[in-house]
Design a protein around this ligand. Sequence first.
Ligand SMILES: *Cc1c(COP(=O)(O)O)cnc(C)c1O
Length: 375
Amino acid sequence: MKIATALVHAGTRRDPSTGAIAVPVYHSATYQHPALGQSTGYDYSRTKNPTRAALEDALAQLEGGSKGLAFASGMAALHCALQLFGPEDHIILTEDLYGGTYRLVDRLLHVPYTFVDTTKPDAVKAALRPNTKALLVETPTNPLMKTADLPALADIAKKAGVLLIVDNTFYTPYLQRPLELGADLVVHSATKYLAGHNDVVAGALVARDAALGDKLLFAQNGIGAILGPQDAYLVIRGLKTLALRMERHQSNARAVAAFLSGHPQVERVYYPGTGGMLSFSVTEAALVPQVLAGVRLCLFAESLGGVETLITFPATQTHADIPVARREQLGITDRLLRLSVGIEDSDDIISDLAQALDGRSRPVELRDPAAAHRP
Ligand SMILES: *Cc1c(COP(=O)(O)O)cnc(C)c1O
């Protein structure tokens, strides 16, 4: 079965008693036992819930893994994965990592780590220590959209006996399946493209091997940061249109990247050519507040991967927890803006960005302040 088909059928055939096409939302916290020592397979919803199980099975199938697990957020999923490691261990992280992941490792889990430019396999090799247990990679990176050679990293990780964990939030299994490229574990903020409508916060893990899947299942149940059934339903509903959405996100992003590349106020565009995320730096810092105040269609908001185009200022939003000096070193400057290109008509996104970059909305407000308040 091709992935576009598997996506559409996520959650179908889960209720033989009624034949329901849409997966039922099981709000039951607990389940009646048929007899002493017997179970329907469901005992208590922290451990297993039928709606969440439908999502978890779909995720495992889509990523090509043996076990999928759904969590209350992407951070809860990352926490479940990274609690496998302790202060005696060492992990290697992509240097321009999602700010929340950095905060989790540095401030909460206290696992010793090294930041590495994971687009350079040799740099990863050089950072390995005898106690290195994992390599956590984001590809493309956020917000600079640098891509890593996953098969090369998988080779290094395998030889060193290190777990390769890939945060696949930006590309989704529609565009990239890390487990097929040799990774051991995939992480998602399902809040983003998988759910896709900016209406649910969710996370996921998919393990390639059953043994790792069991270890993580034990932690998921033991820690308890599970995804609720209503939210699991929303992610399944999102998955059904993922293929269509990713195609449109991508074609729109390509058009927007081409427009921005030719704009005199844009210094550089960071777009890997795949997916719906791009960043761009403007020629002067003063253009940042102008663009953020000037956009009329694009929404100035955190997050990504939803149907609406969102614009973010990484330095003070997604990456605020990364120290200033390090941000500057990485290129996350006060002139960098990030776009999650939505599925609107690309002409409308481009003309909105054009008028915001040209400062066309400002003179209108200055001449006629009341205009801004007309319905
Ligand atoms: C948003 C995000 C996370 C965190 O996910 P939440 O669902 O917000 O907890 C982790 N990694 C990446 C790449 C993200 O974009």
